[in-house]
Design a protein around this ligand. Sequence first.
Ligand code: PPE
Length: 322
Amino acid sequence: MEKTEWIWMNGEFVAWDDAQVHVLSHGLHYGTGVFEGIRCYETERGPAVFRHREHLDRLVKSAELYYLPLGHTADEIREATHELIRRSGLRSCYIRPLAFRGYGEMGLHAPNAPVDVMVAVWPWGAYLGEEGKRRGVRAKVSSWRRISPAGLIPYAKASGQYLNSILAKTEAAQSGYDEAILLDENGIVCEGSGENVFVVREGKLVTPGHTASILDGISRKSVIQIAGDLGYTVVERDIARAELYVAEEMFFCGTAAELVPVREVDGHELGGPGEITKVIQAKFEDALHGRAQEYREWLDVVEPARRSSAGTEPSRAAVEAP
Ligand code: PPE
């Protein structure tokens, strides 16, 4: 990964290489963490964070669901993130906030272990490749089933839950596929290892609904809004595995991946990116990059550092001083 200079950790900006944790940190042993994946894009109004508030609200909710008192408000984390982006000098980047049980107490019930909170930003290109975004990716239905809501909380973006995604992704990669699709225990389609999924059936968009074991994706929500605004019908319902094979079109969407067409599932060719997929992808990209006026309010613009009272440009040192 590409380094940047600073990481925000527990209220302070620390040098990237100094943002360390103890090996007896609780989260390392038990997966007791919650995180977010957010992107900032270069727009004509400056660097802008896509649906920042929604991501931070989900972080707060995930923390609450796993009994992790955050100690920082969403507003504090938002401010810290803006400052990190300013300090990084990046016009676009990936943003990774994480809150986890830290060092101090072991065992499953460890209410006295502190909850550490950090945010890092770095440049991260197309998650499933530039070529994948253009031409489509090949997906494999995983033999691993998506975590059940009877045992975990699919709606929470929790660190430990990602072992499920990692099993599926590893299996797909080892089989020569770009991405995995996870079904639930009943064989109903849930999502990709790190993306929500949509299919086109008889000209309508279909995606698993809220009762499915999915992460309630913010890209998913954005795509539903965009597709509706463009006049497409969007249906949230159960999707059978075989519907993937007979779909007219299919795509994944997520923060890291953005919108990626699927061109093959389990050896069944769907053809190149479909027409509806391409139209929605173009509008989604416009929304991300601030080119769609109607979705301007989705962008949290990072204002430049305030000028000093003397009216001079703040020096880099002044901006960086803690
Ligand atoms: N499902 C899962 C399981 C998931 O991890 C993501 C995001 C989504 C759906 C899409 O959600 P949203 O980003 O709100 O539209 N996955 C994040 C982590 C990827 C990673 O490898 O790390 C992301 O895209 O940032």
